[in-house]
Design a protein around this ligand. Structure first.
Ligand code: NAG
Ligand code: NAG
Ligand code: NAG
Ligand code: NAG
Ligand code: NAG
Ligand code: NAG
Ligand code: NAG
Length: 551
């Protein structure tokens, strides 16, 4: 018998041999512009794993994002709290874990379902910022009250690209010459409805807003949510040329591993529903997808990333042209990762590194880079097709583990706003508090070598993720169970050394996890098994560790 879920985490944590993360620096950064406040440009990408040049990917061409990284602090080990869109976005935008937002599916609005929690943009709005949303920032639908949490979060009505409505319609030209709702959907832009794509429209709108903001005196908070590389892979077909099929490898571990507990596996049902995948008649739940088609999925994912990179490039070069690069913080991240065939899995919906690990970087003028001199360009547009473009060296990096839930306090600190206090447990009645860490200490570069606190013990850092399941074996709704159908919760701890996951009984009526009711366990050591293919949870020699992690 155990208390409700948020304390459940505490219980899990109490059992750890690990101690607290240390006092967190509460001091705020003083804005360095004459007018005071720093603006914020928050770029949120949908389903982007760190397959980027700046994260060491040798194949993917992402020169504009790499250029941003070269002026930023890049987090090599950043993790989402649940690897699916709405729960992850509501979690990091409110700074609370899914056990507090009580959103594990797509079907409730936290303000009425869990608590009237403040959001990052709401906090900036209440502190005198003009806040604006372009594209997919909140997940659409009931999880943001069909309004992207307006009016609380935004100063103006959020913008959605008009061509968004074609994303799931039959706009992909098949080999038969007909239009289909395919997974692989390289398009000729002049050929698609409205002659444009959602991310192009979002970039254009964000640019219009930046131009407008230049003339207002107020600080602004602009969130831009890009759709690609979310499925379907609908992108300008020329980007395919960057990735000839013969150069595309399969995942290094394309088989479903022997020791994988069935409850951990996500059967990627959304992919199977696309017309081109249906035609392959792939067996449920384990597949596999024919290897030629696996290559094509990877090709289209990478091509979508390069297309996204050009949109980021246009946006950032405008920021530069408007001379806003010296007083605007830029954050670049994603809601979660995506499996590209690792462990025989596709899509998100799991607790593995491939789906929970996200790109995360912060550009802070004068802090992660010197201030640009008058007329100096930090972010000139780079053409991914230009093969003479050298790989841009990354800027500052840290391998310390961090969580997306820490975005809220960190952005507040970087902008010079008061950092919300730590949440009590439980915190359903508290509108403004934070469950994440203020990561400001990572931005204090002076005397880094001797900073006792920054290097106190990276082994103590933990990133938590979780994933719900309706059953012990994969079935039609294992990827996205509705709250009422959740029977098992997989709680996962990632440290610098290992990932440890236990799948325990869960009562959705009481939001109660039962840590005595263990359905399966997973343990992977990062050094010996970085891809998480050899589950050693049962291995007796690790029994002691497993025991110590238990409440
Ligand atoms: C940013 O650059 C513009 C143009 O060079 C300049 O007018 C402004 O004062 C600069 N702001 C800061 C904070 O350096
Ligand atoms: C929730 O918070 C918003 C923003 O602070 C406030 O306007 C609203 O009245 C609150 N609602 C309730 C039910 O407390
Ligand atoms: C959600 O939206 C509806 C319809 O616009 C509105 O009446 C309701 O007050 C909103 N809920 C909250 C908590 O603001
Ligand atoms: C494909 O691989 C070949 C051989 O390694 C290489 O020469 C070529 O540049 C690659 N093409 C692209 C577009 O990366
Ligand atoms: C671990 O033990 C459980 C219970 O005995 C068993 O069902 C499972 O298959 C074992 N897993 C591995 C990877 O050996
Ligand atoms: C699809 O697969 C099933 C089971 O492997 C097989 O019986 C059926 O004939 C296949 N259908 C097509 C159209 O290939
Ligand atoms: C928790 O699980 C244990 C083991 O299955 C069971 O005996 C106990 O009744 C469960 N507690 C609750 C509250 O369901």
């Amino acid at each position: 018998m155990l208390p409700p879920s948020p304390p459940g985490w505490r219980l899990l944590r109490l059992g750890l041999v690990l101690v607290s993360i240390g006092t967190v620096l509460e001091a705020s950064v003083q804005a360095n512009s004459a007018t005071g406040a720093l603006n914020v440009l928050l770029i949120i990408v949908d389903d982007l794993r760190p397959s980027l040049g700046c994260y060491g990917d040798k194949l993917v061409r992402s020169p504009n994002i790499d250029q941003l990284a070269s002026h930023s602090l890049l987090f090599q080990n950043a993790f989402a709290q649940q690897a699916v869109c709405a729960p992850s976005r509501v979690s990091f935008l409110t700074g609370r874990r899914p056990d507090t937002t009580r959103l594990y599916d797509f079907n409730s609005y936290w303000r009425v379902h869990a608590g009237n929690f403040s959001t990052i943009p709401q906090y900036f709005k209440e502190n005198g910022y003009l806040t604006m949303s372009v594209g997919k920032v909140f997940h659409p639908g009931i999880s943001s009250n069909h309004s992207d949490d307006s009016p609380y979060s935004w100063s103006f009505p959020p913008y959605h690209p008009s061509s968004e409505k074609y994303e799931n319609t039959k706009t992909c030209r098949g080999q038969d010459g007909e239009l289909h709702a395919n997974l692989l959907c390289p398009v000729d832009i002049v050929d698609v409805p409205e002659g444009t794509l959602p991310d192009k429209q979002s970039t254009e709108q964000a640019i219009r807003l930046l131009e407008k903001m230049k003339t207002t005196g107020s600080p602004f908070f602009l969130a831009v949510g890009y759709h690609k590389p979310h499925i379907p892979f609908r992108y300008p077909k020329e980007f395919q040329k960057l990735y000839p099929l013969e150069n595309i490898t399969l995942a290094p571990d394309p088989q479903v591993p022997d020791g994988l507990p069935p409850v951990a596996y996500n059967p990627w049902m959304d992919i199977r529903q696309r017309e081109d995948v249906q035609a392959l008649n792939i067996s449920i739940p384990y597949g596999p997808i024919p290897v030629d088609f696996q290559r094509k999925i990877r090709q289209s994912y990478f091509a979508s990333v390069s297309y996204l990179d050009t949109q980021v490039g246009h946006l950032l070069s405008t920021l530069d042209d408007l001379q806003l690069a010296n007083n605007t913080i830029i954050v670049f991240t994603s809601d979660h990762g995506w499996a590209l065939g690792e462990h025989g899995e596709w899509a998100k919906y799991s607790n593995f590194d491939v789906t929970t690990r996200v790109p995360l970087m912060f550009y802070v003028p004068g802090r992660t880079a010197l201030l640009p001199k008058a007329g100096e360009k930090f972010f000139p547009y780079l053409d991914p097709f230009d093969s003479t473009t050298e790989l841009i060296e990354p800027g500052r990096q840290t391998t310390d583990l961090v969580e997306l839930v820490s975005l809220f306090p960190t952005l507040a600190a970087l902008a010079g706003l008061q950092v919300p206090p730590h949440c009590p447990v439980p915190s359903f009645h508290v509108e403004l508090c934070r469950e994440g860490q203020n990561l400001l200490k990572h931005f204090q570069f002076h005397d880094v070598e001797n900073d006792p606190y920054l290097h106190s013990n990276p082994r103590e850092l933990i990133a938590y993720s979780q994933y719900p399941r309706p059953a012990d074996s994969p079935q039609w709704n294992s990827d996205k169970p509705s709250l009422k159908d959740i029977k098992i919760m997989g709680y996962s701890i990632r440290t610098i050394d290992y990932r440890y996951t236990i799948w325990v009984g869960f009562n959705p009526d009481e939001f109660m996890a039962n840590f005595s009711d263990i359905h399966a366990g997973e343990l992977y050591f990062v050094d010996s098994d970085p891809l998480e293919d050899h589950n050693i949870y049962n291995d007796s020699q690790h029994g002691e560790l497993a025991q110590s992690l238990m409440p």
